[in-house]
Design a protein around this ligand. Structure first.
Ligand code: PLP
Length: 415
């Protein structure tokens, strides 16, 4: 493929770095999602909504660290905060006021958070939330959904592997009330659901489906957990606030750590007070050396001031406008195996049919050749540095792709 050949020619240093990495890092990186054929881009530096590879090529970043990079790269406010943390001293190994400040911010924003606890990733947040629900209900089974992704060890998507937590998972069909209903029995400890399946293809839940889960969880006495690790960027109060559907527990992570390792889980005081019980027989213990690390706490508190309802709305408008116009372009080109999905600032691109992977590769490398980076499997998320002009550029690139490939598309679609 000429596009891949061009990529190889223009990124010799990335290739060299990748070959070296493979000697000591299986698959060449510790994040499977970043590794792809023929070799991944190796980044040297980043600023605003651009990053530069070690080959000296600067790309506009529409991955935004898989939604965690909502501030854009090296935002001066976050930069300043981290310098403060450096000056204070780090590896403090003790309680600080920043921890309380961040908890106050999160409990103010997300209605189901009466109390929260911190950890170092979204995976951990979900791990602890599930353990909390099991301890709280004294039940074992957990309902999750096909294509759900809650972290490297709680993964029900295409890349599911043997590493999942050893819970008794019951896998239901996302957005299907009829197929989920029979699985919701009084043996269920928790229902864990993403209000929008992110890694699963940027597919939003319907409000009716989430409302159904809410009512069913109450009826069977299970803990309803919303994984808002990604959807917390879609509304100031999360999807729970936007749609006024209150889970018993919520997990968050990604951008809410100010761009540093972060996860949080929380919920009603009734559940969360188990972490503070004088009755040792029901108390839950939760620890972690870096749970309140001063870099994350300081960066998160500072970065929270950049996130306003209006800014999140602006990003959603950019995403919605792009999605709508891009899908119109696709329709006009008569291409029926390509579409953009998502909700607001979270966007996915999809191809269907027997050539789906090939076409996704073509799209990915076409964009790269025009200075745009998206996730290799079609993941896109916007950041505060993106503007109308960014979206306009992206639309032009979609147009260019459609022009170059529409002949091919027609052939493939017939196959
Ligand atoms: N939950 C959702 C919905 C996610 O998309 C992700 C990561 O992509 C996670 C949890 C896991 O978060 P982390 O990568 O911080 O462990």
């Amino acid at each position: 493929n000429a596009l891949v050949h061009q990529y190889e020619l223009t990124h010799p240093r990335s290739k060299e770095a990748y070959d070296r990495a493979k000697n000591v890092l299986p698959a060449g990186s510790t994040r499977s999602v970043l590794v792809s054929e023929p070799f991944p881009l190796v980044i040297k530096s980043a600023q605003g909504c651009h990053f530069t590879t070690i080959d000296g090529i600067t790309l506009e970043d529409f991955v935004s660290d898989f939604s965690a990079g909502i501030y854009g790269h090296s935002h001066p406010v976050v930069h300043q905060a981290v310098q403060e943390a450096l000056a204070t001293g780090f590896s403090l190994g003790g309680v600080t006021q920043k921890e309380t400040e961040l908890a106050e911010i999160l409990t103010m924003r997300f209605p189901s958070f009466e109390k929260v606890r911190f950890c170092n990733s979204g995976t951990e947040a979900n791990t602890f939330a599930l353990a909390t629900a099991v301890a709280y209900t004294q039940r074992e089974k957990i309902v999750v959904f096909e294509n759900g992704y809650h972290g490297g060890t709680i993964n029900f998507g295409a890349t599911r592997n043997q590493m999942n937590l050893p819970h008794e998972f019951v896998i239901a069909k996302y957005n299907s009330i009829d197929e989920t209903r029979p699985l919701l029995t009084n043996e269920i400890a928790a229902i864990l659901v993403e209000p929008l399946q992110a890694a699963g293809g940027m597919r939003p839940a319907t409000p009716e489906f989430l409302q159904f889960l809410r009512e069913a969880a109450t009826n069977i006495g299970a803990v309803l957990i919303f994984d808002e690790v990604v959807t917390s960027r879609l509304h100031y109060n999360g999807i729970q606030g936007a749609w006024n559907i209150m889970p018993d527990m919520t997990t968050v992570g990604k951008y809410l750590g100010g761009g540093f390792p972060f996860g949080a889980f929380g919920g009603s005081s009734k559940i969360m007070n188990r972490f503070d019980s004088s009755d040792k027989s029901i108390a839950i213990h939760h620890s972690g050396t870096f749970n309140n690390n001063i870099f994350t706490m300081t960066a998160a508190v500072a970065a929270s001031k950049l996130i306003t309802p209006a800014e999140l709305e602006r990003l959603n408008r950019l995403g919605d406008g792009f999605r709508e116009q891009a899908n119109i372009l696709i329709q006009k080109a008569g291409v029926n195996c390509m579409s953009f999905s998502g909700y607001g600032s979270a966007i996915g691109v999809h191809f269907t049919g027997s050539e789906a992977n090939f076409l996704l590769d073509c799209f990915y490398f076409t964009l790269l050749s025009r200075g745009i980076a998206i996730g290799r499997r079609g993941f896109m998320s916007l950041n505060l540095m993106h503007t109308e002009a960014s979206m306009h550029r992206l639309l032009e690139d979609v147009s260019c792709f459609l022009e170059n490939f529409s002949g091919d598309f027609a052939t493939k679609a017939r196959l």
